[in-house]
Design a protein around this ligand. Structure first.
Ligand SMILES: [Cu+2]
Length: 143
């Protein structure tokens, strides 16, 4: 339904179209008292130039960072990423076990079915507002 509305608005506006599109945004619901969580989404660069994610801002958390899972000496660990380049026409998926947005110090408990808003910042000067729905992790997901 949301996509349909966006599509209709696009038709009305005509020439204007979003250059960077974020879809399927979710924030992982964790048991009460767990202060940190992660956000996942797909991001598509429909512009003619590379877009470089360099940061996140989230009012509902004390700190937000771009993270990736990396293998170090046979152990999976998380590392903050200073930038994630998305080439023209390319899509990048942020998902469990890979790239993700790390949210530290939630200021209030997340509620299933609600949504939260954060902003992705790019080196090119874009600030992309993302509305993410709070969802339980699926059975096979791990951080
Ligand atoms: Cu992380």
């Amino acid at each position: 339904m949301i996509r349909l509305i966006v599509l209709l608005c696009g038709l009305v506006v005509g020439v204007v179209h979003a250059e960077v599109i974020v879809t399927d945004a979710t924030v992982r619901l964790l048991p009460p008292g767990v202060p940190n969580t992660a956000a996942y989404f797909s991001i598509q660069n429909q512009s003619d130039t590379s877009q470089t994610l360099i940061g996140v801002s989230a009012d509902f958390a004390a700190k937000a960072e771009i993270h990736n899972h990396v293998l170090v000496d046979g152990m999976m660990s998380m590392q903050q990423q200073s930038e994630v380049v998305i080439s023209p026409g390319e899509s990048v998926k942020f998902s469990s076990g890979g790239l993700h947005i790390m949210l530290f110090g939630l200021k209030q408990p997340l509620r299933e079915g609600k949504s939260v808003v954060f902003r992705l910042l790019t080196k090119e000067g874009k600030s992309i507002s993302v509305t993410a729905s709070v969802a339980r992790p699926s059975a096979h997901s791990h951080h």
